[in-house]
Design a protein around this ligand. Structure first.
Ligand SMILES: NC(=O)c1ccc[n+]([C@@H]2O[C@H](COP(=O)([O-])OP(=O)(O)OC[C@H]3O[C@@H](n4cnc5c(N)ncnc54)[C@H](OP(=O)(O)O)[C@@H]3O)[C@@H](O)[C@H]2O)c1
Length: 498
């Protein structure tokens, strides 16, 4: 009981409007203890008692205790009293439900077995409503994010106040998008007590700010697996609000990207960032692909075109990384009083480490600026394929450490070398770095990699992956909203995170 009281105070401090007191999860010897807890509540509350998770031993004993607790909550006029459908249907509950004063009754049911059909959910809601429920709650066990589509349809069309939430990490968007589709309330976990699929209360209050959501809110998200690491929500959501754009950006844990786009076809789902491992498959999901993204063979941004609903794919990684490098070179040229008519990359030797998604974007970008691209990759075949595509050269990976045929080259690391937790790794020795005028590292965790530290020590210009991250996000924001991105605002947000 002490723990519940403390949690209630914490929820209040974190900004909750309502707390759920799950009485079945606490030990008590007499209902007078429950009465004391209810009377001491710091916030309006839902008093719930679930039969399945009850700590009491036998089923009969459990149901008796459950009924006692729920009756007590109704007598004490608690704001919401939640009971299982089985209990609400019991004749023994009927009278006190009927005689309740101000309490609202939430009747809940667990739905399992994969993707629920609209018909199944509709029938269940109708039966639950007949108990006299004020609010219906469905807790749904889904296997895939695509199983949630009927849940959103039900939320949007249900005539009774409805809470419909899916459990597990694939269910997270059922919580975050609930208010858009008319959901009655959203659950959040306390800081330090994370539950898979449940957003933290702090993120609801400070990142997603669900109070601004309505039926017209456009949905954006990062399609990725895994998706938990994403910084997108903490960047795009504040930027939407800063510019007055009615949008929300959520993490979407997607297993099958083709199935995702077959399922979510509505204009509500307006734009997507694409992450690991879907960037290449995303090309095939789009109705149209920007020529640059097509030649790179990877899409990291998809926008649903408002006029015809077609999916258009882009790659903002390429321009983000190349312009970051160009701008740093230009700054040096301007400082030296040199004329700037062409790209400062034109005619340069551009040494690229890595031939994955980021590597491909950099290779095509460097080629488009007239640079000579030399590629080193752990897997030589991959380097060769990319080199052929950009009329460049692939060299054996072992030669990289001491490769210095000339002075003033550009080095771009687009491999995972040096990324957390392997922060002591670096692709090129410090001595060899003297051959480079500029060193770029796509790795952004940590912000200042060993490669960048050593490059700065030998006097090279350094460009961090954080700069690429900011620029690709600015590009995505422009494509998502069709408007200008609040650059200074977004820059400050990103720099505060890394
Ligand atoms: N700053 C940004 O906005 C941004 C955007 C995208 C990516 N990135 C970063 O860029 C890096 C690559 O991302 P990606 O999307 O291109 O990933 P990816 O498609 O999975 O490619 C990974 C690349 O890293 C190489 N690699 C991995 N581990 C290695 C090791 N131990 N030794 C040598 N090479 C290794 C791979 O070589 P093999 O082909 O031999 O496997 C491949 O070239 C990551 O650190 C990522 O965080 C940054």
């Amino acid at each position: 009981m002490e723990e519940m009281l403390a949690s209630m105070e914490k929820a209040k401090a974190e900004g909750a409007d309502l707390v759920e007191l799950c009485i079945d999860s606490m030990s008590f010897s007499h209902t007078s203890e429950v009465e004391k807890l209810i009377k001491q509540r710091a916030l309006p509350a839902i008093v719930s008692y679930r039969l399945k998770s009850s700590r009491t031993s036998g089923k009969g004993e459990c149901k008796t205790t459950c009924m006692q607790v729920l009756r007590l909550a109704l007598e004490l006029d608690v704001e919401f009293v939640e009971m299982d459908f089985e209990v609400a249907s019991d004749i023994g509950m009927a009278e006190c439900m009927y005689k309740r004063a101000n309490s609202k009754i939430i009747v809940s049911s667990f739905v399992n077995g994969g993707k629920p059909s609209n018909e199944r959910l509709g029938n269940l809601i109708a039966c639950m409503q007949s108990t006299g429920a004020d609010v219906i709650k469905l807790v749904i066990d889904v296997d895939y994010i695509t199983d949630l589509a009927p849940v959103f349809q039900m939320l949007a069309h249900c005539q009774v106040p409805l809470i419909a939430i899916a459990v597990g990490s694939r269910g997270l968007i059922s919580q975050l998008l609930g208010p858009k589709f008319g959901g009655f309330l959203v659950y959040g976990s306390l800081e330090g007590k994370s539950v898979p699929g449940l957003p933290t209360l702090v993120s609801l209050k400070h990142v997603y700010k669900l109070e601004y959501l309505n039926a017209d809110t456009k949905v954006f998200g990062l399609i990725s697996n895994p998706v938990g690491h994403s910084k997108g929500p903490i960047l795009h959501n504040p930027a939407f609000r800063h510019t007055g754009y009615n949008g929300i950006y959520v993490p979407m844990l997607v297993d099958d990207i083709k199935e995702f786009f077959r399922t979510y076809t509505g204009t509500d789902f307006a734009g997507f960032s694409v992450g690991i491992p879907h960037k290449e498959a995303a090309v095939g999901c789009c109705d149209e692909v920007h020529p640059l993204a097509k030649s790179i063979g990877a899409v990291n941004t998809i926008v649903r075109r408002p006029i015809d609903g077609k999916l258009v794919g882009y790659n903002t990684d390429c321009e983000a990384s190349i312009t970051a490098i160009e701008d740093a070179l230009r700054e040096r040229r301007v400082a030296n009083g040199e004329a700037l008519r062409t790209s400062p990359l034109a005619g340069k030797t551009f040494v690229l480490v890595g031939a994955g998604g980021a590597g491909r974007a950099l290779a095509f970008g460097a080629k488009s600026r007239g640079a000579q691209v030399v590629i080193f990759n752990r897997n030589y075949e991959r380097a060769k394929l990319l080199a052929d595509a950009v009329s460049g050269e692939a060299l054996p990976y072992e030669c990289l450490k001491r490769f210095c045929p000339q002075e003033g080259m550009i080095l771009a690391n687009a491999s995972a070398i040096g990324m957390e937790p392997n922060t002591d790794q670096t692709p090129v020795s410090k001595e060899t770095l003297r051959a480079y005028e500029l060193v770029f590292d796509a790795v952004y965790t940590p912000r200042n990699t060993r490669l960048l530290q050593e490059a700065a020590e030998v006097g090279a210009i350094v460009v961090s992956g954080v700069e690429m991250f900011i620029r690709q996000a600015l590009g995505q924001f422009r494509l998502f909203t069709g408007g200008l991105a609040p650059e200074d605002f977004m820059r400050k947000l990103v720099l505060a995170q890394f």
